[in-house]
Design a protein around this ligand. Sequence first.
Ligand SMILES: Nc1ncnc2c1ncn2[C@@H]1O[C@H](COP(=O)(O)OP(=O)(O)OP(=O)(O)O)[C@@H](O)[C@H]1O
Ligand SMILES: [Mg+2]
Length: 325
Amino acid sequence: MEQKVMIKLDGLKKYFAIEKGIVKKTVTYVKAVDDITLDIHEGEIVGLVGESGSGKTTLARVILNLSKMTDGNILIDGINLATATRDDMKKLRSEIAVVFQDPASNLNPRQTVESSIMRPMVIHGVPKETAKKKARDVLDMVKMDQRYLDSYPHQLSGGQLQRIAIARALALNPRVMILDEPTSALDVSVQAQILNLLLDLQEQLQLTYLVITHDLNVIKYISDKIAVMYLGKLVEFGPAQEIVSHARHPYTKGLLDASPILDPRQRSRKKEVMRGDPGSLINIGEGCRFCDRCKYATEVCGKRTPDDTTMNEGHQVACFHPLNL
Ligand SMILES: Nc1ncnc2c1ncn2[C@@H]1O[C@H](COP(=O)(O)OP(=O)(O)OP(=O)(O)O)[C@@H](O)[C@H]1O
Ligand SMILES: [Mg+2]
């Protein structure tokens, strides 16, 4: 049976306008998310990677409706964000939850763990007694003892704070979770515990995840599918195994080669390390954005923007000269 599409992005754009000058005003645009089309199916874990500044957080914020899109369409569980009614939006706010990187920024320093977890429920009109009980349930789900209910954020470790943030995200029984660098601020040993907790919860609750990180080892460990962004564009998307073993986009290949190899037997693997830095997103024009750093680039790459091309079942790549053909 074909799985339900949980998040549908269709030609999604987010441009930031920046005004310069006092007398003679000029407007430039930062094309942080530029024409992204992508389907995330129910129960999938999609890992989103890309260097700093590639637009990952902006994409998450637009999906979460924390930031208004410039153009395109977003459908979440069949609800179109652009035409959603108030009731639709209320439903969406409980269906889609978020956990950010910095555990401290996820929680109010002056609130106890209990009131932090209860807050989204109270805002949503859940009766207080029900919310209190649910706070205990979700704390159990993230494997934290009930005695932490009265703690304040400064009394907890980074890993504990992130567990609380996850507990709070679970409070309204979401179907989708967006996790923006959920383990980047944590020690390596704690990272693995949090990732395993997230994997357990996903399986247990049949959640759909969009996990953002620039750590490819994290992505490889948890994802069913991998999406790669470069300067506002989605350059490659497909099944994780296939992307890791048969990357089609030179940028994906470069990223994979630049990540530390944990398996010593693989260390002799041929590497293709990228040169240079990603350019600027300001007033970016036509042509492939990776063109300047790509050793396969030809004339066409500088002139036209490559379309998303489907290579085979569910594997799309935006490149005029895909690898591994
Ligand atoms: N409110 C804003 N106004 C103007 N430009 C912005 C704004 N928010 C983000 N940007 C720009 O959009 C681009 C993408 O930023 P974003 O934070 O989405 O990247 P990212 O992939 O999440 O990076 P990182 O890995 O560092 O978190 C950057 O060039 C950033 O400067
Ligand atoms: Mg970010």
